[in-house]
Design a protein around this ligand. Sequence first.
Ligand code: ZN
Length: 243
Amino acid sequence: MAAASTAFDKVARCAYNASGPSAARPGLLRASAARAQKAIWYNARMQELVSRLLAELGEDPLREGLRDTPKRVEKSLRFLTSGYKADIDEVINNALFSVDYSEMVIVKDIDFYSLCEHHLLPFFGKCHIAYIPQKKVIGLSKIPRLVDVFARRLQVQERLTHQVAEVIEQKIAPLGVAVVMEGTHLCMAMRGVEKQNSLAITSAMLGAFRNNARTRSEFLELIRRPALNTTPLELMAGACVTE
Ligand code: ZN
């Protein structure tokens, strides 16, 4: 995770400068040094926890294959939970546009990957989003990024679905928002009930999609349709899976 290590380096550099002879503002520099100390401690602490976990599982954390595992796990967990620190407005980056358009906008088959908060195991699948603009639209490429912001946290699929719908409602006040998520949960597939092929489907319907059954069914019909660029082979494969 380049961003986190860059941030870490920056803090570490501040600490280095603070101890140098040019320390002109001691209060500020003391604070930087304290932050750097905290970052080092936090880094070491998470890796130490992973190392202890490996030992608890009966492994030797010092054997060759596992030696760098705590470092890798920390890096990976920080990325997979980076949504906590994301700034929604930064993600949208002013891609909100005024338009005179009030037909349904659909972005379907957005891949998402998240971690279930009960087992810290992945759940992943497809997300379909629709909204009916009132005065504003949101840049299409920003919609999958908004999904990532909420998916990269510890989640349950129901909450994730609602958060995606709510953020679109807050940012562009559309006439309605609909979000459907279809997810495979590894905590179901690999353990517990061991239902490898079951999908969890969750939905959040706001505004026109909640109040108007025709709007809702138009959306559900449109997301069920195969994409126009789907090849016949993919269509056949899809048919095998669903039958
Ligand atoms: Zn779970």
